[in-house]
Design a protein around this ligand. Structure first.
Ligand code: ZN
Length: 237
């Protein structure tokens, strides 16, 4: 009978095996293996390209936002004029905020003990005086406002109107007064080493992106009022 037929005698067709030996198939296999890596490399390259393309405009945008946001004018922050009651005369033509007087005079005394003779060039300046300085010097030097602002603050934008700023010179090197060469004097070297002990800080260092380096210009940060006034400036620089 048909059903009793030995199973071995059934004619079952064997599956035909095909080996992927032709070169196209090998390439396909390799491609399949390497595709994830290729995709990764491609994505990284694309990301890098996008970042490079967008970085510059983005940085400019952030810079512009910061500039507009903190109300700078030509790189200078606005400062209110200190009330006259808070000013004291420490020597002819030099008025400063009463909070910084003791510290400033002590600093000069300590410097003297080290053989360094500090001279005070300019302390408090009213907004009106700043107006004269800014506009008269600008016209004398025939400078554009933006150019002038690198070396002098526009009226209403000077740290000097707070009474907490002081311009310092070296009594033995007066030719360096208000000059970048002041940084080569012993007075400046002494200040860099010691001013912080008296709560003074260089306002416009070489890294300032808005204003030229002013080694002679120091500000006092030894009181809460002073810290509040310069908080914005410290946040940015
Ligand atoms: Zn100054």
């Amino acid at each position: 009978m048909e059903q009793n037929k030995d199973i071995n005698q059934l004619d079952i067709p064997l599956a035909k095996r095909t080996y992927l030996k032709n070169p196209n198939s090998i390439l396909l296999k390799r491609l399949l293996i390497f595709t994830p890596f290729l995709l990764l490399i491609f994505s990284m390259a694309t990301l890098r390209l996008i970042r490079n393309l967008e970085a510059e405009p983005l940085r400019n945008l952030i810079f512009q936002f910061e500039t507009n946001h903190d109300h700078r004018i030509l790189g200078h922050l606005p400062y209110n004029e200190i009330h006259k009651d808070k000013l004291v005369l420490i020597e002819p033509n030099i008025e400063v905020h009463i909070d910084m007087r003791d510290s400033l005079l002590k600093m000069r005394e300590e410097a003297k003990k080290d053989g360094i003779y500090l001279v005070f060039l300019s302390g408090y300046r009213s907004i009106n005086l700043q107006k004269d300085i800014f506009y008269s010097l600008k016209s004398i030097r025939n400078q554009e406002a933006a150019e002038r602002a690198r070396v002098s603050a526009p009226p209403g934008y000077s740290e000097h109107s707070t009474g907490f700023a002081i311009d310092i010179g070296d009594a033995t090197k007066r030719e360096t007064d208000f000059e970048p060469e002041f940084e080569n004097t012993n007075a400046f070297r002494w200040l860099i080493k010691n001013a912080a002990k008296f709560h003074f800080k260089l306002s416009f260092n070489k890294d300032n992106k808005y204003i030229d380096y002013e080694p002679w210009h120091w500000r006092y940060e030894g009181s809460i009022d002073a810290l509040k006034i310069f908080e914005r400036s410290n946040r940015r620089l």
